[in-house]
Design a binder for this molecule. Structure first.
Ligand code: IDP
Ligand code: MG
Length: 147
């Protein structure tokens, strides 16, 4: 068990459904903490670069069009085994195959519009976090109560 960070994106379909809060709530209930967040509309260039690993896949252009179709909500999540835990909470890529209680089972409509992105390895998490956030924008979740 090691503390780690991962990148999560609430995709345009889930933002449109107004379920950003319900999605964050699932992470929080599973002890993942938000340490950075922003809402942006990705440019064509950003979406293409972010999903470059898929550029030879037949769905690449559709994926880029979908990811730029409306705002996305991008977060860095921190916690024990954050990468793996996030993938479990998200569920399978195809919502038809996603387990009960997962985000994709409950909020995704199709394999294209599947509600969330999550990094698939620690190595990719580091690359993806750096793609969207400067190191100084990642918070340390300390708290000192003021009496
Ligand atoms: P992941 O999001 O579960 O990691 P990947 O295989 O990395 O899945 O694919 C990235 C994204 O590309 C998926 O989340 C989905 O939006 C889209 N995608 C993947 N496979 C297909 C497909 O067969 N048809 C259409 N879109 C797909
Ligand atoms: Mg992936």
């Amino acid at each position: 068990m090691t503390m780690m960070r991962t990148l999560s994106i609430v995709k345009p379909d889930a933002v449109h459904k107004n379920v950003i809060g319900q999605i964050i709530s699932r992470f929080e209930k599973n002890n993942l903490q938000v340490v950075a967040a922003k809402m942006v509309t990705l440019s064509e260039r950003e979406a293409k670069e972010f999903y470059e690993v898929h550029k030879e896949r037949p769905f690449y252009q559709d994926l880029v069009s979908f990811m730029t179709s409306g705002p996305v909500f991008i977060m860095v999540l921190e916690g024990e085994n954050a990468v793996e835990k996030n993938r479990e909470i998200m569920g399978a890529t195809d919502p038809k195959k996603a387990a009960d209680g997962t985000i994709r089972k409950d909020f995704a409509d199709s394999i294209d519009a599947n509600a969330v992105h999550g990094s698939d390895s620690l190595e990719n998490a580091k690359i993806e976090i750096a793609f969207f956030f400067d190191a100084k924008d990642l918070q340390t979740r300390t708290y000192a109560s003021c009496r």
